[in-house]
Design a protein around this ligand. Structure first.
Ligand SMILES: O=P(O)(O)OC[C@H]1O[C@](O)(COP(=O)(O)O)[C@@H](O)[C@@H]1O
Ligand SMILES: [Mg+2]
Ligand SMILES: [Mg+2]
Length: 315
């Protein structure tokens, strides 16, 4: 079996870049252990504080952020950490060549029901500064803490999947994830229908019509409410994920954050042959204006994403 360290030698000759991925993988392995025991340790509740985005922090949002920070602090390859849970970017090492942007705990509203949550990360060159396009990413990945802990990572080639073994090592379990081009599953929070724009409404109506509508095939709907879990399903068996701009989120630019949610997921999905867009622009082409910027996110199986883009051209 190939482990993460062996795979990294096949993906890059840049040891410092490989070490940045290794640090995030080590943080993920530690977080996996913490999450398994969190209900016993009484850690699934609120922290009693808000993050910069005004969201109530869970105790584990804070704990996982500290774990990531501790793993990166000892790595001189890292210059700066950007985190959902930190108001400002944090300096790590003055010599560091890489910026890491992270959502240390994604889907934390799922903690009290023991559903899959995750850690997302994006690695960018320090030289480009804090605000860089997703297409400038050097590596990206996430850890999904499900029945098994899965690390999904891409440097420049394929998107590869690793599973945490009993000894805390990441073993490769899928060399090249491939998002099927076509799919019959869509993921969207349908309770937000009254806020949707015409394109989203059109696409979902068409899908719900199944074989009686223009799509000519039946669809299923899935929504975990944890981006990592929804995207992991799409990476494994196809589908489309939509958190579009709607009338309620429009003033904020969307719901999900560009630097540590949309960009890394778009980079991973595109590395697996999928497609990503805001509806009107490729996610990876967006020039950020703020480290906590929010954007509309539509990604997954290429044919489905193209159908949504077609709707945005029409309306
Ligand atoms: O509550 P909603 O509207 O279903 O939104 C769910 C989305 O919000 C998120 O939970 C936001 O992430 P955080 O938990 O990191 O804030 C995504 O994982 C998920 O896709
Ligand atoms: Mg998140
Ligand atoms: Mg989070």
């Amino acid at each position: 079996m190939t482990d993460l360290a062996q795979w990294l030698t096949t993906q890059t000759h840049d040891h410092a870049l490989a070490s940045a991925v290794t640090s995030m993988a080590a943080a993920g392995a530690e977080i996996a252990g913490i999450l398994q025991l969190a209900p016993i340790a009484g850690q699934t509740g609120l922290a009693g504080s808000d993050n910069v985005q005004g969201e109530a922090q869970k105790a584990l949002d804070v704990i996982t952020n500290d774990i990531v920070l501790n793993h990166l602090r000892t790595n001189t390859a890292i210059s700066i950490l950007i985190s959902e849970e930190l108001d400002e970017a944090v300096d790590v090492s003055s010599q560091g060549r890489f910026i890491v942007a992270t959502d240390p705990l994604d889907g934390s509203s799922n903690l009290d029901v023991n559903a899959t949550v995750g850690t997302i990360f994006s690695i960018l060159p320090s030289a480009g500064g804090l605000l860089q396009k997703g297409s400038d990413q050097l590596a990206a990945g996430y850890v999904a803490y499900g029945p098994a802990a899965s690390l999904v990572v891409r440097i420049s080639g394929a998107t590869s999947v690793f599973t945490l073994d009993a000894d805390g090592r990441w073993q490769q379990t899928l060399a090249e994830a491939k998002v099927p081009q076509a799919s019959g599953e869509f993921a969207i929070n349908t309770a937000r229908e009254r806020f949707w724009d015409a394109a989203t409404t059109g696409y979902v109506k068409e899908s719900v019509a199944g074989e009686t509508g223009p799509a000519g095939k039946r669809y299923n709907m899935r929504w975990v409410g944890s981006m990592v879990a929804d995207i992991h399903r799409i990476l494994m068996r196809g589908g489309i994920f939509l958190y579009p701009l709607d009338s309620e989120t429009a003033s904020k630019g969307g719901r999900l954050r560009l630097l540590y949610e949309a960009n890394p997921m778009a980079w991973l999905v595109e590395g697996a042959g999928g497609r990503s867009t805001t509806g009107r622009q490729g996610i990876l082409d967006i020039m950020p204006t703020d480290i906590h910027q929010r954007v509309p996110v539509i990604l997954g199986s290429a044919d489905e994403v193209k159908r949504v883009e077609e709707w945005y051209r029409r309306v």
